[in-house]
Design a protein around this ligand. Structure first.
Ligand SMILES: CC(C)(C)OC(=O)N[C@@H]1CNC[C@H](C(=O)N(Cc2cccc(Cl)c2Cl)C2CC2)C1
Length: 324
């Protein structure tokens, strides 16, 4: 059903609370792909039919076949992304991409080489960057910018709901042009994005329990829908705790835009029941980014699952409301 004059919500699949992806189509007739809608990047790439036979990660995913699309436009320019954990190489193509019911003619990358790490663990096929244009590699206009220039959206915003429990259905939802009141309660609290033209805000501190433990002088918080966890300048990463002590663990509070956003142990502990017993891991990752970029925190899926997030391009601000 059309809820935002021109757009329909995109249901997301939640894979183990670590990967949230939804379906888009590319080409005519439509070729379907599962993509992560990633606010930490701004390019669209999917595996290519012409990927190398040695790229295992490519063969276990849906691949775009240009020869089968009558709306395909040849480009051929080389393309590569260097992630922290791996890389993607390929070439550019252009075709009709449909997101949330909206068609756009989009320049995207056909990946011909995907590093096995980490993409053999990816349940999604590709990535659809929802970041600002200045994050886009090769200056390619991002999908959401192409959608905005069609003036079909009621508001120039998009919103993200991530479920906290893989058994819930849907595992999440992306709304283009508005928010979905079914997935949040109360009001939104807004904060301006930094003038860097990224989905990042100034954070005033991080408290553990009652003590301000980190970022006391202020730091940057990136709101990154494509990251699974919370990353900060911590030396503990993948910290294991005794599951019996989990209920005594303190809340962790992020001070953003004059509000306090707390995560309780159920939000930040990954509790896995295994044969040899339960294993509990703190889902904070250590990542040291030196100044001037750092110190930087990345608030990923387990933050967004607790706080429904509205990304507002019109007003260059981010809004949080309590997720249902
Ligand atoms: C500098 C620039 C290249 C733009 O930086 C980024 O693109 N930075 C991206 C920021 N958002 C997270 C992205 C990421 O880590 N992955 C890998 C990933 C994440 C979760 C789970 C799995 Cl399995 C995987 Cl493979 C992409 C899938 C979104 C990198």
């Amino acid at each position: 059903e059309d809820t935002n004059n021109g757009t329909v919500p995109t249901p997301l699949t939640n894979y183990l609370d670590t990967q949230y992806y939804g379906e888009i189509s590319i080409g005519s007739p439509a070729q379907m792909f599962n993509v992560v809608f990633d606010t930490g990047s701004a390019n669209l790439w999917v595996p290519s039919q012409s990927c190398s036979p040695f790229s295992t990660a490519c063969f276990t995913h849906n691949r775009y076949d240009a020869s089968k699309s009558r709306t395909h436009i040849e480009n051929g320019t080389g393309f590569s992304i260097q992630y922290a954990a791996g890389n993607v190489r390929g070439f550019l193509s252009e075709d009709v991409v449909v997101v949330g019911g909206i068609p756009v003619v989009q320049v995207f990358a056909e990946a011909t080489a995907l590093s096995a790490m980490p993409f053999i663990f990816a349940k999604f096929d590709g990535v659809l960057g929802m970041g600002y244009p200045n994050v886009a590699i090769d200056g390619i206009t991002p999908v959401f910018d192409r959608i905005m220039s069609q003036h079909v959206l009621k508001e120039e915003v998009f919103s993200v709901y991530y479920s906290r429990d893989p058994k819930h259905s849907p595992g999440g939802e992306l709304v283009l042009g508005g928010t979905d009141p079914n997935y949040y309660t109360g009001n939104f609290n807004y904060m301006g994005t930094k003038e860097t033209g990224k989905w990042e805000v100034t954070m005033k501190g991080v408290s553990v329990g009652m003590d301000m433990m980190f970022c006391a002088e202020g730091c940057t918080a990136v709101i990154d829908t494509g990251s699974s966890y919370i990353t900060g300048p911590l030396d503990e990463s993948g910290y294991k705790v005794n599951c019996d002590t989990v209920k005594t663990l303190p809340s962790v509070t992020f001070h953003l835009g004059g509000q306090e956003y707390s995560l309780t142990q159920e939000d930040y502990i990954l509790w896995q029941s295994q044969i040899e017993g339960d294993v509990c891991t703190v889902t904070f990752r250590g990542l040291d980014v030196p100044p001037p970029t750092g110190p930087i925190w990345i608030l990923g899926a387990n933050f967004i699952a607790r706080y429904y997030t509205e990304f507002d391009r019109r007003n260059n601000r981010i809004g949080f409301a309590a997720a249902v």
